[in-house]
Design a binder for this molecule. Structure first.
Ligand SMILES: [Zn+2]
Length: 279
């Protein structure tokens, strides 16, 4: 994928298939009231809600969630990795483990990575940070939003263990900032307190790495959909609406942290409302 003169290389780590109607609610009120503990049937969430969006599902109705990261070769010899997959250890029933193979397949090694940037600190995004207690990317500066570090590190056992090996060298942002030429971080809290969208720009083109601010394009097509794993569902909904408006603009494209195949797509408004197409 190219954003102007910037290239973005998806690095596959693994896939997981979820029951599509277990992952989302059709109203924020439901998401607030019950989280994911309430069965979909009891929420009123139903397979039928997906009928207008079947193109976003597998033929059997499952929602594919891909895990991995995005590699951005930037100016001045910088090589930025956004998110580090699930890693070699399972997380919440899902497995990955292939991110380093994917890196080698494009002719690069862990030592080539100069910056590791986390959209947020859930376990399926930090897997290869330091899975054996030392940094996988030995030459890299690791970075995340301070709000996620404060929220998770020290209080969530799995996340603390997975990040212990980089705790001495991680650097933080707490506002918008430039990481490398054409690579900016923009905090958009909701999914987690420090959830951040990575903004790639070159010329008039713009690509958004959405992390888990958006789990499926269905949330961009229809504002009523709400993810069931957001720590602050109201803020997360506001973020998705703002992102949808931005993605509708000419020259904009985006990729979620779990979109199938880590593919980019575009959003536009047609006669029947917003539509999404993978590019
Ligand atoms: Zn995730």
């Amino acid at each position: 994928m190219n954003i102007g003169e910037l290239s973005v290389i998806p690095l596959y780590d693994g896939s997981h298939f979820e029951c599509a109607w277990d992952m989302f609610s059709k109203t924020i009120a439901e998401a607030l009231a019950c989280g994911r503990d309430m069965p979909a049937a009891a929420r009123g969430g139903a397979a039928a809600d997906w009928n207008p969006h079947r193109d976003l599902l597998c033929p059997d109705g499952a929602l594919e969630l891909t895990f991995g990261g995005f590699l951005i070769p930037a100016a001045n010899g910088r090589l930025v990795l956004v998110d580090a997959g699930i890693g070699p250890h399972a997380y919440k029933g899902a497995t990955g483990g292939r991110l380093l193979e994917s890196l080698a397949a494009v002719g690069l090694s862990t030592d080539d990575v100069t910056d590791v940037v986390f959209t947020h600190l859930h376990g399926d995004h930090i897997g290869f940070a330091a899975p054996y207690g030392y940094p996988t990317f030995a030459r890299a500066t690791y970075r995340c939003h301070s709000a996620d570090w404060d929220y998770f590190f020290g209080s969530n056992d799995i996340i603390s263990e997975r990040l212990a090996g980089v705790s001495e060298r991680i650097e933080f942002w707490d506002r918008e900032m430039t990481i490398a030429p054409g690579v900016d971080v923009r905090p958009m809290p909701g999914h987690t307190p420090g959830t951040t969208v990575i903004v790639l720009s070159s010329g008039t083109d713009r690509g958004l790495l959405l992390g888990d601010a958006v789990h499926s394009p269905v949330e961009l097509v229809d504002d009523a959909w709400a993810g069931m794993g957001d720590i602050d569902p109201v803020a997360a909904s506001r973020v998705r609406s703002a992102l949808a408006r931005e993605l509708e603009q000419e020259g904009s494209s985006g990729a979620g942290g779990h979109f199938p195949g880590l593919r980019f797509g575009r959003l536009w408004t047609g006669a029947t409302g917003r539509q999404w197409a993978y590019t």
